[in-house]
Design a protein around this ligand. Structure first.
Ligand code: PMP
Length: 450
């Protein structure tokens, strides 16, 4: 035949060459193509614990973590067992099934806090499951518009909320990696309905609401920005967002797709509790971890808003694969496996890694800073932690490619972009940390020589 070789590629180069023939850019999600760091993308064949293995059999300590879901490490036995048990019963029905209910109960339970006064506070009251974070935020926006009858959306430069039309203006993640302002193919009318303002900027926020307040349906924010590198909100900024939106009859959508159940979700380990500044999200979006590694995401919020969704209300959303029984089973296994000890381990191991990397960079005289949101961190090649996208871009970006490749050569897989957060897992043990720290010195030398 013309396309089918009948042989699985055994080198990264061969895999990429063949991928380029049949897939645009050789990848199914742009950052995977290594465009900003150069070189041939690594094609992964398997993962176990804190490691991933490529098609050539090379093992790497993984600091990508499937971009979030691999909270317990790769191929966690409990999660795999849950997947196996679910698979045996059929891959999906497109009908209501009990696993969906159980996953929603688990999520709601984890987002319910008892305050010091003994009062119960619910992060969300209902949850609708979808298949990707993109769908979750897209639906949340439609819901906010449906609930308020207003057209406009406010988002922050450098925040990424998936790739729906309204959300790509000045977005983070791959849009930042490729250094482009947004996407072609979005009508000017649609783009005009999204107002982009700088992050952590109280004045810009006040101004946008003073000017357009009665037409704004919602402001959407990452709970802590992590798609332009890690840029946490200033203390109290999320609360200010809620207060400002609510004063104008608009909603606050907090995107927890990346942070949720990892670092800053409104759970008992959450950023809002650490900072002592609780905020009220009307809608929250989740993904990644709540699917345990399979395609699953969700949007939650107050019942009166969620009940505006079909079949109860006028806002439409649906999905053949929504609440897929295998995905809800792996998600539930993941959440059940993520107890308090996991949330103590993650920041500890992340700090060990980050401080080792930072020491090595300092020893080579490389200007850098490590920015944090919970257990997520990223390294910026600049002296101080950025507060917004413009500052995140004002760094020695050219150092990252050589740094990334030196790490890879020494057996550490980093996110292939300076604008992505780094992920650790419960499976990252001392051995994994040592391997990262051993790579830190040659990587720092490569960054210094860049
Ligand atoms: N929101 C945030 C904060 C994200 O980080 C991402 C993906 N990294 C998304 C939404 C989109 O999720 P997905 O890739 O599952 O569509």
């Amino acid at each position: 035949t013309r396309f089918i070789s009948g042989r699985t590629p055994t080198t990264n180069a061969e895999a990429f060459e063949r991928a380029l023939v049949v897939t645009p850019g050789g990848v199914n999600s742009p950052v995977r193509a290594f465009r900003s760091v150069g070189g041939t993308p690594v094609f992964l064949a398997s993962g176990h614990g804190p490691y991933v293995v490529d098609v050539e059999g090379t093992e790497y300590v993984d600091l990508v973590g499937q971009w979030g879901p691999a909270l317990l490490g790769h191929a966690h036995p409990g999660v795999i067992a849950a997947a196996r048990a679910a698979v045996e019963k059929g891959l999906g029905f497109g009908a209501a099934s009990t696993g969906e209910v159980e996953l929603a109960e688990l999520v709601l339970d984890r987002l319910t806090l008892t305050g010091p006064d003994g009062a119960e506070r619910r992060g969300i009251e209902k949850l609708r499951l979808v298949s990707t974070g993109t769908e979750a935020t897209m639906t949340a926006i439609r819901l906010a518009r449906g609930a308020t009858g207003r057209p406009l959306l406010v988002k922050f430069a450098g925040h990424y909320h998936g790739h729906s039309d309204s959300l790509l203006s000045e977005a983070g993640s791959g849009i930042a990696t490729l250094g482009i302002p947004g996407s072609a193919g979005i009508t000017p009318e649609t783009a005009a309905q999204t107002i982009v303002i700088p992050y952590n900027d109280e004045e810009a926020l006040a101004e946008v609401f003073a000017t357009h307040g009665d037409r704004i349906a919602a402001v959407i924010t990452e709970a802590a920005a992590a798609n332009m590198g890690v840029v946490p909100p200033k203390p109290g900024f999320n609360k200010l967002l809620g207060d400002t939106a609510h004063a104008h009859g608009a909603l606050l959508i907090v995107d927890e797709v990346m942070t949720g159940f990892r670092s800053t979700a409104a759970g008992w380990w959450g950023l809002e509790e650490r900072e002592g500044v609780p905020y009220d999200a009307d809608l929250m979006t989740f993904g990644k971890i709540i699917g345990g590694g399979l395609p699953l995401a969700g949007l939650g919020g107050r019942a009166e808003i969620l009940d505006l969704l079909a079949p109860l209300g006028p806002v439409y959303q649906a999905g053949t694969l929504s609440g897929n029984p295998v995905a809800v089973a792996t998600g539930a296994a993941m959440l059940r496996g993520a107890g308090p000890e996991v949330y103590e381990h993650l920041p500890r191991v992340a700090h060990e890694i980050a401080s080792g990397l930072s020491d090595a960079l300092s020893a080579e005289g490389v200007a850098h800073t490590v920015a944090w949101a919970g257990s997520q961190f990223s390294i910026f090649f600049r002296d101080s932690a950025p507060q917004n996208y413009a500052e995140a871009q004002a760094q020695d970006v050219f150092r990252f490619g050589p740094y990334f490749h030196a790490m890879l050569e020494h057996g550490v897989s980093l996110p292939p972009s300076v604008y992505e957060a780094w992920f650790v897992s419960a499976a990252h043990d001392e051995r994994a940390v040592e391997r990262v720290l051993a790579a830190a010195v040659p990587a720092a030398k490569a960054a210094a020589a860049a």
